[in-house]
Design a protein around this ligand. Structure first.
Ligand SMILES: CC(C)(COP(=O)(O)OP(=O)(O)OC[C@H]1O[C@@H](n2cnc3c(N)ncnc32)[C@H](O)[C@@H]1OP(=O)(O)O)[C@@H](O)C(=O)NCCC(=O)NCCS
Length: 166
């Protein structure tokens, strides 16, 4: 699980991720506050060669108290393609399944590596909307909502998970 000692390495990884992937979209969100927002400490890190290189968190979905939302998944660009994100996703998917809770996530449409990974793992696209907030170029990003493979197929969230990935 994530500890306070992991935060400096995670913020460095988040900065590098923002530069390559516009994740987070807003540079002002390369911050401890945004990283930890609302997860109540339910978060895990991935390590490679003894260094913290990736992160994932889970929290109650604000739109549905019986569902969970996955947040803040990223892997440092130079540590990708080695299964770090897959391992983090497996952890959160297992956690939700063991609790008997559906699991959702929101992703900005330009994060195609993440979208491909979710699709490959069997996540289903269940909705989307245009963000009310603006990217630095002034546009309103498109947000896509995904449901985990184990979810009750009939269940959808009314709008989103409650914590847009701005
Ligand atoms: C999406 C993201 C988290 C993926 O991280 P990653 O650690 O590279 O992901 P993985 O290594 O688990 O999987 C990526 C690829 O490596 C492959 N892979 C998985 N395990 C592997 C292993 N042991 N060895 C080599 N390759 C492996 C996967 O099959 C996948 O292949 P693909 O390129 O054909 O899709 C990363 O690109 C990222 O941080 N993106 C920016 C942030 C973002 O968009 N976050 C989404 C927020 S909703």
């Amino acid at each position: 699980m994530r500890t306070d000692a992991d935060i400096p390495a995670l913020l460095a990884a988040l900065k590098a991720t923002h530069e390559v992937d516009q994740y987070p979209v807003l540079p002002t969100n390369i911050s401890r506050e945004w990283l930890l927002e609302g997860d109540d400490g339910m978060a895990w890190v991935a390590e490679h060669d003894g260094e913290v290189v990736g992160h994932i968190a889970v929290a109650a979905a604000e739109e549905d108290e019986y569902a969970l939302a996955m947040h803040r998944l990223f892997v440092r660009p130079d540590a990708r393609g080695r299964g770090a994100a897959s391992a983090l996703l497996t952890t959160v998917e297992t956690y939700a399944r063991l609790l008997g809770q559906d699991l959702f996530l929101e992703v900005v449409s330009h994060n195609t590596d993440a979208i491909n990974l979710y699709t490959k793992r069997g996540w289903r696209r269940v909705g989307g909307y245009i963000a009310t907030w603006r990217a630095p170029d002034g546009t309103h990003p498109e947000i896509i909502l995904f449901a985990a493979p184990h979810n009750d197929q009939r269940r959808v969230l009314p709008v989103g998970t409650g914590k847009p990935t701005e």
